[in-house]
Design a protein around this ligand. Structure first.
Ligand code: SF4
Length: 187
């Protein structure tokens, strides 16, 4: 069997350095995990679901003005079974809490949760109310917090880009959290 060495066709042989460069420019090596992370981080499907005023800003984010489609995130799914992201947008009342938890359970794995607005993060202006849950993290594993009352669409887009980093480079995020903990200990 003939072995092709460099660009034999025109009679010239490539040296080792040129072959190295050729391989570097033309061969991509990665792991399946990294590849899946790349796919997932660029095709996040959000479940269509809103609780209060923040949800209006969330819907606005997918309007033509903000061009959410450039990131591949404009598809809001009608069923939790086809979604991998839940945006908790609005005040969580105790009456709604079990229904939100059920929606989350119905979502496909792997799945992520984003808290949008101060109500979802901590109860917001209603945190002292008898019927308001003081934050989604009391019953859901929250990945990204987007503060504001309400946060603007640009802030939600930034939240999506943060989530994209978290999905694509989970170790990097873990490292950042550990670093923040160390900084916190120093004070
Ligand atoms: S954070 Fe503000 S805008 Fe969002 S749901 Fe609460 S009160 Fe409404």
């Amino acid at each position: 069997m003939d072995v092709i060495k460099g660009n034999q066709a025109d009679g010239n042989q490539l040296d080792a350095k040129q072959i190295d460069e050729l391989i570097r420019n033309n061969v991509v090596l990665t792991t399946t995990d990294k590849l899946l992370g790349w796919f997932r981080s660029r095709s996040i499907f959000t479940v269509t679901f809103g609780l209060a005023c923040c949800a209006i800003e969330m819907l606005n984010t997918s309007s033509a003005k903000f061009d959410f489609a450039r990131f591949g995130y404009e598809v809001f799914r009608g069923s939790p079974r086809q979604a991998d992201l839940m945006i908790v947008a609005g005040t969580i009342t105790k009456k709604m809490q079990p229904l939100i938890a059920r929606l989350y359970e119905q979502m496909a794995e792997p799945k992520w949760v984003m808290c949008m607005g101060s109500c979802a993060i901590s109860g917001g202006p209603f945190t002292d109310s008898y019927n308001v849950v003081p934050g989604a993290d009391t019953f859901l594993p929250v990945d990204v917090y987007v503060p504001g009352c309400p946060p603007r669409p640009e802030a939600l887009i930034y939240g999506f880009l943060t989530l994209r980093e978290k999905i694509w480079h989970p170790n990097k995020i873990t490292g950042n959290v550990a670093r923040l903990r160390d900084i916190g200990k120093a004070y």
